[in-house]
Design a protein around this ligand. Structure first.
Ligand code: GLA
Length: 367
């Protein structure tokens, strides 16, 4: 009898737990018109239960990888759109919009792209001609009413102060022998982008005071030259060292330049959000760690602070995107330490809402 009772309790608990994700409201239903709310997806996310979650919570998507140049441009120079097309078709079928990501990024430049068939470096003019063809093809390929903005240039700024504010190791910087590729990319994108599509500069660590300064210097300079930049994407791969003041300062600085602000790749690692050279060595936690109650509490508080700040600044922010749907598929698993899982999102590895989800919900629903 006791045993039956025990199993009955377990079944009820399991059931309640399984239902939590079906019983909660959608993020988009309580965030309402504050800003668009999105998620980074692959074609695999858009199947089964996870597809339902995407539809329920979000009104925009970003292709996690499928729209990047190295995913589209094949070794023989042809373009392969299949994965990107699957995501676009899902967006169309479900009345969702997309962020385009990305047109020029050192991290997704196909191998050998800057060289000719013999392996010699292309001239700047040859690179420009080749990539203008690509940018044109991108804008001709996707339906005009689905993608509302494009990350035209991703991560062109240096991480650490040096002689240049730019990432000089980038193959783009090197092919152009300077930062002019940024201006060129925006002007070229404007030439082919459908009217109304916003052109965005996207980068990480923009809440870091020194990097923020570099970003503002670059953006001011480009705006003064009439470069068609409409907004800044703050990637927001954050950790608990990011404060409300840091976020507020960055939002204020960018919107003072007349730019739209978007949060484009939000996640909150339980460890350190180091990027760039030596990232793995600089991690303080090097072994696998379970997600404890203390971690869940701290993360919920940090997410609440982030969304309180974004909510307060809704007039300056047009779009917020999570980088992946659940802790199961986050890019932070195994990054930068192999074998170490991370827990950076609002949904756990079983697709269930975490404490952080309810903390975000309270920001929008509690009076
Ligand atoms: C950067 C890029 C994204 C993605 C993440 C890591 O932030 O902009 O496209 O690759 O790194 O997944």
């Amino acid at each position: 009898m006791k045993r039956i009772f025990f199993f009955a309790i377990c079944a009820v608990a399991l059931c309640a737990c399984n239902n939590a994700k079906d019983e909660i409201p959608g993020l988009k239903d309580f965030i309402k018109d504050d800003f668009k709310i999105g998620v980074a997806v692959s074609p695999y996310t858009l199947q089964g239960e996870q597809a339902e979650m995407v539809k329920k919570h979000f009104n925009t998507m970003t292709a996690e990888n499928a729209m990047k140049p190295a995913s589209i441009i094949q070794p023989d120079g042809s373009y392969k759109w299949d994965d990107a097309d699957k995501i676009v078709a899902f967006a169309q079928a479900n009345g969702m919009k997309m962020r385009g990501h990305t047109l020029v990024w050192h991290g997704s430049t196909p191998r050998g792209y800057m060289n000719d068939a013999e392996g010699n470096p292309l001239t700047k003019e040859q690179v420009m001609a080749k990539h203008e063809n690509y940018i044109k093809a991108v804008f001709e390929h996707y339906p005009k009413d689905v993608i509302f903005c494009w990350d035209v240039v991703n991560e062109a700024l240096a991480d650490t102060p040096g002689e240049s504010i730019y990432r000089t190791r980038s193959p783009w910087y090197q092919a152009f022998d300077g930062p002019e590729f940024i201006e060129w990319a925006f002007r070229t994108a404007r030439k082919y982008a459908p009217e109304g599509v916003e052109l965005i500069y996207n980068d990480y660590n923009l809440v870091d005071p020194a990097k923020l300064e570099r970003a503002c210097t670059m953006l001011k300079d480009m705006l003064a030259k009439g470069v068609p930049i409409d907004g800044v994407g703050m990637q927001a791969h954050w950790d608990n060292s990011v404060t409300e003041e840091m976020i507020q300062t960055a939002i204020d600085r960018f919107s003072a330049l007349g730019l739209d602000v978007q949060i484009t790749e939000l996640d909150l690692t339980c460890f350190n959000n180091y990027h760039g050279p030596g990232a793995a060595e600089r991690q303080q936690v090097r072994q696998a760690v379970h997600y404890t109650k203390e971690m869940a509490d701290a993360q919920a508080e940090e997410y609440a602070m982030i969304f309180r700040t974004l909510h307060k600044n809704a007039d300056k922010i047009s779009s917020v995107t999570f980088w992946c749907l659940t802790d199961r598929t986050s890019w932070l698993n195994n990054f930068t330490i192999r074998g170490r899982l991370d827990y950076p999102l609002l949904f756990d590895a079983q697709d269930q809402p975490k404490k952080a989800f309810f903390a975000v919900k309270d920001v929008f629903t509690k009076k």
